[in-house]
Design a protein around this ligand. Structure first.
Ligand code: ADP
Ligand code: MG
Length: 678
């Protein structure tokens, strides 16, 4: 019956059928996988162990006739005396007079309610059934829609268990069940719906947590190995000594982390498969240098490289720093929306004929009319602003370059192996030596006077400051007004020799450039801005970051903003202006002042905001699990991942009949198609 429509169940009519559909339940078998979202536990406790005001379950003998009194129009009070061991207590039921007939003197009843220790009285919320048995007192609670009750769902599920459980097939090879002591799929389903004990319930959950995470990780690993096997990359051949010479010319030695990730990346370039790698590293950890070395190796192998960034300002900054870095070694050019007309045509031509070795630009770079002679490597900076769509564009244009995504948002490992499970991940987890940690302070907004004084003294010492006003909704006029107000106030309050600039999303690209240029050249000393400066811009002379309404930002974002300072050799400061109302807000401000480590902060962000909010709703790309929780079940996640890697490594999906179910499941998943390269 598993595959039969739900209305084969006698009690299911059109109405119920509709409501079940809202829960994605159309077949009888679907009921089996509509798991309870929580459970109520009723445990009998000795009276002297129950706290005052605690909700508890008590069993006792009725020793007085139940008595009902009515008051008001609809109100009633039912009372009786219960003998519990040697103590007589009073049970009070409000507005449940109808229960009177179910309570008989001499019988034993079980009630759940709030305990009043002083009056020896329980205010009953629930009269338990006669058959109350402590071992069967875990009550599943189901999500429902419409006016379907938990009780109705329970009945339907119970029908499905009787009629269809036998048709459920095991998914997991036996070795996992044995190794992790997991119940079978059928057993676990039964226990989740009708738990026989707390322990059995725990194991049933464990089983599905593993199953969900394992299958998900298998899919990721499957995509990864499929892409490796099928992708037509290029094996780059370059002179290793020239690369080393370039690294020696940098004027500093690479950190151990930089060396490690470079090795991983350069190794990918040499391989015949296409690189699909994510490079994570905190702001200032030196990702750009790593990118430059990879681009240089690509150039040496005779191919072109592209560096894509989210904004035009950033593109120009990167173009400049790459030009400086490479000198006469190779030819770097810019391609953004502001390169227009004849110049644009010429540039496109020289990209097309191979005169340009490295192109820096916004995503316009891979769109429409850009044709490369031989594009070997694309590096995408701040990858969370790009997505599957850009990868698809590349694919549609018949381009098969190696791709390196870079992000300065440290992503907690649980999320990184889930969201980016099909990619290789490299992490730079140290900063170059000699960096001074940014001192961070949290103050109330009424301290702005003192903050301004500090700003003046920093400027008088030759430095510069950012002042950030939140921009939550990009289109919100009010937020921009907010920045304008702060700008005007600072112009008024700061001494005349300090010039204040204003930057926000409504400025056009040219205006933004001008504002940024004048800040970069220290013509303006204080830059008031909405969060548009968040990404990557480099002004090493800036030593002070002031953030208004800091409680409105996530920790990851605050950390990004803070990373705009501390880029030079001077001590830098970050001041958070915030009056958070709740405890979590205060906790977040405190964490910011205590650590400058991006990974620590991102773990906190994950704990506080949960996985769904971490990346922002729109682009989360996180899978939905029924039982597993990415934060709570991180250990199981690691185990599942390790096992999945193992399965692919030994080709078990193909070779071992025990994995047949899993193989079918994975290969028939439509979502997988989106992630496959060709
Ligand atoms: P990211 O892109 O990760 O934010 P950058 O690559 O822009 O960081 O590096 C920040 C600054 O640190 C740059 O001025 C860069 O020249 C410098 N830098 C990078 N690596 C090192 C290193 N190993 N030692 C010293 N300075 C470094
Ligand atoms: Mg950078």
């Amino acid at each position: 019956m598993f595959h039969d429509p739900v209305d084969v169940i006698p009690s299911v009519g059109d109405k119920t059928k509709e409501q079940l559909e809202l829960l994605d339940i159309t077949k009888v078998g679907d009921l089996l996988f509509h798991f309870p979202f929580r459970y109520d536990f009723f445990e009998l406790k000795p009276i002297n162990e129950i706290q005052h005001d605690e909700t508890a379950t008590i069993q006792g003998q009725v020793v007085s006739e139940p008595n009902v009194s009515y008051f008001g129009r609809k109100k009633s009070r039912l009372t009786c005396t219960l003998q519990v061991g040697v103590v007589a207590i009073k049970a009070v039921f409000f507005n449940q007079a109808f229960l009177k007939d179910r309570i008989k003197k001499g019988e034993t009843i079980t009630v759940t309610g709030k305990w009043d220790m002083h009056r020896l009285q329980i205010t009953v919320q629930q009269l338990q059934p006669k058959s109350f048995n402590e071992d069967q007192t875990i009550q599943p609670i189901y999500h429902s829609k419409g006016n379907l009750t938990t009780k109705q769902i329970k009945k339907l599920v119970s029908y499905a268990l009787k009629s269809s459980l036998e048709e459920v097939e095991e998914m997991l090879p036996e070795k996992y069940l044995i190794e992790y002591k997991l119940p079978s799929r059928r057993q676990a389903i039964k226990e989740l719906h009708q738990p026989s004990s707390k322990t059995a319930l725990k194991h049933a959950k464990r089983r599905f947590i593993f199953e969900e995470l394992f299958i998900f990780q298998l899919k990721m690993q499957w995509i990864k190995s499929h892409n490796r096997a099928k992708s037509k990359g290029s094996s780059k051949v370059y002179d290793k000594q020239l690369v080393e010479q370039f690294i020696r010319s940098l004027g500093f030695t690479l950190t151990n982390s930089q060396n490690r990730v470079l090795e991983e990346i350069l190794n990918d370039l040499k391989q015949p498969y296409r690189m699909n790698r994510l490079l994570q590293g905190d702001v200032g950890s030196g990702k750009t240098i790593v990118a430059a070395v990879a681009l240089y190796a690509t150039y040496l192998s005779g191919q072109q490289g592209a560096l894509m960034v989210p904004t035009e300002i950033l593109a120009e900054q990167h173009e400049e720093s790459l030009k400086e870095l490479f000198g006469d070694l190779l030819n770097v050019e810019l391609l953004t929306g502001s390169v227009k007309g004849k110049k644009r045509r010429e540039r496109l031509e020289s990209i097309n004929n191979g005169d340009v070795d490295i192109v820096v630009g916004t995503h316009a770079l891979i769109q429409d009319d850009t044709l490369f002679k031989d594009l070997g490597l694309v590096i995408v900076d701040e990858q969370h602003r790009f997505g599957v769509a850009q990868r698809k564009t590349l694919r549609d244009k018949g381009l098969h370059p190696d791709v390196l995504f870079m992000t300065a948002t440290p992503i907690p490992r649980t999320l990184s192996i889930t969201t980016f499970g099909d990619m290789d991940v490299s992490v730079i987890d140290e900063l170059p030596k000699g960096r001074q940690p940014i001192e961070t302070y949290w103050v109330k907004e009424n301290m702005m006077d003192r903050v301004r004084q500090f700003m003046v003294s920093e400027v008088n010492n030759g430095h510069q400051a950012y002042v950030i006003c939140p921009l939550i909704e990009e289109s919100d006029q009010l937020d921009i007004q907010n920045a304008v107000d702060v700008y005007e106030e600072l112009q008024e309050e700061l001494p005349n020799h300090i010039n204040v600039g204003l930057m926000h999303g409504r400025l056009n690209a040219h205006e933004k450039d001008e504002v940024m240029r004048s800040f970069a050249e220290n013509e303006t000393q204080v830059l008031v801005s909405t969060t548009v400066v968040e990404v990557g811009v480099n002004v090493p002379n800036a030593t002070l970051m002031v953030i208004y309404d800091a409680e409105r930002f996530g920790l990851a974002q605050l950390h990004q903003l803070r990373g705009r300072v501390g880029r030079g050799y001077h001590q830098s400061y970050c001041i958070l202006l915030a009056d958070p109302k709740g405890d979590t807000g205060k906790e977040r401000m405190r964490v910011m002042t205590e650590t400058t480590d991006g990974f620590t902060l991102s773990e906190h962000d994950l704990q506080i905001r949960g996985p769904g909010d971490f990346f922002g709703k729109k682009q989360s790309g996180l899978p939905e699990f029924k039982v597993a929780d990415l934060v709570e079940d991180y250990r199981a996640l690691e185990v599942a991942r390790r096992d999945a890697v193992d399965v692919l490594k030994h080709n078990l999906l193909e070779n071992d009949p025990e994995y047949k179910q899993l193989k079918v499941l994975i290969e028939s998943d439509p979502k997988i198609q989106e992630r496959i390269f060709d």
